[in-house]
Design a binder for this molecule. Structure first.
Ligand code: PLP
Length: 434
C-alpha cells in the first residue's frame, strides 16, 4: 500500500507535517519556563524563612523594576488584578465613575472597577492592530469618565501618542495594562511608563512570572501613596510616603492587603533577568513565521503602530480572511492545522460586553446597589448586546492563534509556515469536504 503523502492534508488522506507529543507546545519548543534557578531561590528563601512581608528580596525586586522601567515608584502586589485595583484606587476611581476599556481584553483589566463601584464603559478596538481605538474612546468620554484602561494585548502596543493626546485634552488619565507585554516599547519609551500608571501581571504563564504576582508603577506621588493605602497594610519599612497627606493613616492604610508573596517575587526576579532573551527569541520566531506567510492568501499579520516594539508576546494572533481561501471556514481551517500537528486555536478572550455579567447587569452589592444594576434591579445600567461593537465582533471572529515558541527547535517556524501553506493550498478541496 502507498504511504500517505506529506503534501496532502491529513483531512484528504495525506500524512501530517509533524506529530507533536507531550508538553503544551510539544517537541517544537525547548523553553523551560521554570528551571533549577527559580527552584533554588525558592528553596533558599524558604530555608531562610523569607516567606512573608516586605523582605529584602521584595524590596530589591521593586528597586530593579523601578530602575528597569525608569519610573519613580514600583510596588509589588499579589496579582495583576490587584495591580489594576491599586492603579484605579490610586487615581481615585470610585462610586458613580466610569472607566473606559476595550471589550476585547481579559476581564481583570476592568473587574477592579466594579469593586470600586465604578461602571465599565466598553469601546471598540482598531481592527488592524487589535488595540484600543482612540477615536472610539473619545466618543465615549463623559463627565463621569475617571480613567481609561489601555491594554497592550498579546504583547502588541497601543497607539500611545493618540491616547496621551486624548488624555491631555480631556483630563482623563490612562492606566496601561501591560500584563501581556513585559518590555514592550513605544517610540523608545517603555510601556507602563507612558500613561499615568502601569500594571503588570506576573501570573504563571506571563513573560515574567512569579507563579502569581503583579506590579504597579507610576511617577505620580498621589497615585503611589493611594496605591500604598489600598494594598500595603502594615508595610512600614521601604515604603516611605512622600507627602504628609496620608501619613496619619499609615502604616495600616485602609487595612487591605495586596502584598506579594516573597517566594513569588524571588522567582519573578530570576525570570526578569531572562526577559530580554525571551523577548528576542519570541520576536525572531514570530517574524520568521510572518515573513514566511507574507505571500500566502487568507492569513494576515496583526499590524503594529509606527514606533511600537511589541514584546512579551503572550499570544500570536493572525487575521484569517475566509474570502481568500475558497470560503474554507475558520473552524475547518484550524481543524486541518491541528491534524497536521500544529496547535492553532481559535479563542482569544470572550468579548466582555457579551458576558451575562455585563450584557444583562448584576446586582453586585445586593438590594439594587452597584454599577451594574439595571432599571429592574433599581439602577440605570443599560447593559449591552451582540452587535454593539460591530468592528471588534467582526475582527475577533476572524482571529486565529498560532503557538508562541520561546526556544523553537531548528526549523520549527518553517514547519509552522509549511503547515499553513499546505492547508491553504488545499483550501478548495477542504472547503467542500464535510
Ligand atoms: C490583560 C490582562 N490583564 C490583567 C490580568 C490579571 O492578571 P492576574 O491573573 O495576575 O490577576 C490578566 C491575566 O491574565 C490579563 O491577561
Amino acid at each position: 500500500m502507498d504511504q500517505p503523502k506529506q503534501d496532502i492534508p491529513v483531512a484528504l488522506g495525506g500524512a501530517p507535517v509533524f506529530v507533536q507529543t507531550g508538553g503544551s507546545e510539544g517537541e517544537l519548543d525547548q523553553w523551560q519556563q521554570v528551571t533549577e534557578e527559580e527552584a533554588q531561590i525558592a528553596y533558599d528563601m524558604t530555608l531562610r524563612n523569607e516567606l512573608s512581608g516586605g523582605t529584602s528580596t521584595v524590596r530589591e525586586f521593586e528597586e530593579t523594576w523601578r530602575k528597569r522601567f525608569d519610573s519613580r515608584f514600583a510596588i509589588t502586589v499579589i496579582n495583576g488584578t490587584s495591580a489594576l485595583h491599586s492603579a484605579m484606587f490610586g487615581l481615585g476611581v470610585g462610586p458613580g465613575d466610569e472607566v473606559i476599556v476595550p471589550t476585547y481584553t481579559w476581564i481583570c483589566s476592568i473587574s477592579p472597577a466594579l469593586i470600586l463601584m465604578a461602571r465599565p464603559v466598553f469601546c471598540e478596538i482598531d481592527p488592524d492592530t487589535l488595540m484600543i481605538d482612540p477615536e472610539d474612546v473619545y466618543r465615549r468620554i463623559t463627565d463621569r469618565t475617571k480613567a481609561i484602561v489601555v491594554v497592550h494585548l498579546w504583547g502588541n502596543v497601543c497607539n500611545m501618542d493618540a491616547l496621551m493626546k486624548l488624555s491631555q485634552e480631556t483630563g482623563v488619565p490612562i492606566i496601561e495594562d501591560c500584563s501581556h507585554a513585559h518590555g514592550a516599547t513605544y517610540k523608545g519609551r517603555l510601556c507602563g511608563t507612558i500613561g499615568h500608571v502601569g500594571a503588570w501581571s506576573l501570573q504563571g504563564s506571563k513573560p515574567v512570572s512569579g507563579g502569581e504576582g503583579g506590579v504597579v508603577v507610576t511617577n505620580d506621588v498621589d497615585i503611589f501613596e493611594r496605591a500604598c493605602l489600598i494594598g500595603q497594610v502594615n508595610r512600614v519599612a521601604g515604603l516611605d510616603l512622600i507627602t504628609e497627606k496620608y501619613k496619619h493613616l499609615q502604616p495600616l492604610g485602609l487595612g487591605i492587603k495586596f502584598r506579594a508573596h516573597p517566594l513569588g517575587v524571588g522567582i519573578a526576579a530570576v525570570q526578569l533577568q531572562k526577559l530580554d532573551e525571551l523577548n528576542k527569541r519570541r520576536r525572531d520566531y514570530i517574524r520568521t513565521v510572518e515573513l514566511g506567510l507574507a505571500d500566502v492568501p487568507g492569513v494576515k499579520p496583526v499590524s503594529i503602530y509606527e514606533g511600537a516594539e511589541p514584546a512579551g508576546f503572550y499570544g500570536f494572533p493572525i487575521h484569517y480572511v475566509v474570502e481568500e481561501v475558497s470560503g474554507l471556514s475558520k473552524e475547518k481551517f484550524i481543524e486541518a492545522l491541528q491534524e497536521e500537528g500544529l496547535r492553532a486555536r481559535s479563542n482569544g478572550y470572550p468579548l466582555l460586553h457579551q458576558l451575562p455579567l455585563f450584557a444583562d447587569g448584576f446586582d453586585i452589592f445586593t438590594k439594587g446597589r452597584g454599577p451594574l444594576c439595571t432599571p429592574e434591579m433599581g439602577g440605570d445600567y443599560q447593559g449591552y448586546q451582540a452587535g454593539d461593537f460591530p468592528i471588534t465582533e467582526e475582527v475577533c471572529s476572524r482571529l486565529i492563534f498560532l503557538p508562541v515558541f520561546s526556544n523553537p527547535v531548528e526549523g520549527a517556524a518553517e514547519r509552522v509556515v509549511a503547515t499553513i501553506r499546505k492547508v491553504v493550498a488545499h483550501a478548495e478541496q477542504l472547503a467542500v469536504k464535510d
